[in-house]
Design a protein around this ligand. Structure first.
Ligand code: SF4
Length: 330
């Protein structure tokens, strides 16, 4: 029996190379070993989003990227969180067994309070409860996580343990699959690559767009002239070569240190490598995008398959909680 993986991601629109070498390639690889459920968590996005104008398009573009990158909807369930409303019910039921003190001590909650003091909404504090509902509604057993997400998963496990001890065992305790996803810095070389910092390269970008973006990348700040020896170990362009030009990194490092290559040429090489690496992806994306309604079909099928699991779970939850069910009235 293959274990079930659950993972959710906010709808952030067209994905960038940081998402690609981090989460997406991992999602694709997990399909070989696990039954995977990949969810676009649009309700979670509302905890920090006040303007929802682009959420539909962002969902569509992100799913298109996922599918073109190799997430196979025949193998995996790909769906939108809000399309299976049973998750809201489970969230509410879990909220009754989750002490508020557990939620108030979550480090990311404290950070968010600092970041958006004008919008400390109820959803923000309940975020880990909804996340627990996401995983357990589909009886997710394995959750790919980075080190920074381990406290969230531990909280989910605590909520599950408490529910199971109060009402009887319904849920498996989800296990974290620690994944050392590489941190990809943006073109500024300082912040994590992110659309919100406008320092990203989209994986669907054309070769011309890739080249234009790479040319703006910050390099070794100490290298003012071409004749200055460079320090590849502190240069973000070099870090990106590690992902996209792995066969030539040693050579590039030597040429950089010996001032035998200029930063413009080095960036040209990087732009070509990124472009070449992503060529098959771009072709698949264009082909999928040319099929009208394809993404919607995948999401509709994903929602149906996810809801079948969800309905079974929530019925058992109601039964274990001894709630009078509508079906009892017949
Ligand atoms: S030559 Fe390349 S690795 Fe060296 S500083 Fe310039 S961009 Fe960075």
């Amino acid at each position: 029996m293959r274990k079930r993986v659950f993972s959710g991601a906010r709808p952030t629109g067209r994905q960038h190379i940081g998402n690609y070498v981090g989460a997406i390639q991992n999602y694709v690889a997990l399909q070989a070993e696990y039954d995977c459920i990949y969810c676009i968590v649009d309700i979670h996005a509302l905890t920090t989003l006040e303007d929802t104008e682009s959420i539909r398009e962002d969902t569509h573009e992100m799913v298109l990227d996922w599918l073109a990158a190799g997430i196979d909807p025949q193998k995996s369930i790909v769906f939108v969180q809000s399309h299976v409303p049973q998750v809201m019910e489970l969230h509410t039921l879990f909220s009754m067994v989750t002490p508020l003190s557990w939620l108030l001590r979550v480090p990311t909650f404290k950070e968010k309070v600092k970041m958006q003091p004008e919008n400390v909404n109820y959803g923000l504090v309940g975020y880990p409860v909804l996340m627990t509902a996401d995983i357990t509604l589909y009886r997710g057993e394995v959750v790919p996580v980075g080190e920074d997400q381990l406290p969230h998963l531990e909280l989910a496990r605590e909520i599950v343990r408490r529910f199971n001890s109060l009402f009887g065992v319904v849920f498996p305790e989800p296990q974290g699959k620690l994944t050392n996803l590489p941190l990809v810095l943006g073109l500024d070389g300082v912040q994590k690559m992110s659309k919100s910092y406008d320092n990203q390269i989209e994986i669907s970008a054309s070769p011309e767009e890739i080249s234009k973006r790479v040319m703006t990348a910050v390099t070794d700040p100490a290298r003012k002239y071409r004749s200055d020896p460079g320090h590849p170990e502190i240069c973000n362009v070099f870090r990106l070569h590690n992902f996209f030009t792995p066969a030539r990194v040693e050579e590039i490092a030597v040429e950089c240190r010996g001032a035998r290559i200029g930063c413009v040429d080095c960036k040209k090489t990087l732009a070509e490598s990124i472009s070449l690496n992503l060529e098959p992806f771009r072709e698949r994306r264009a082909s999928l995008a040319s099929k009208p309604g394809y993404v919607n079909e995948v999401l509709a099928d994903g929602a149906n398959r996810a809801e079948a699991i969800a309905e079974e779970t929530i019925t058992e939850v109601r039964r274990k909680m001894r709630l009078l069910q509508r079906s009892d009235l017949d």
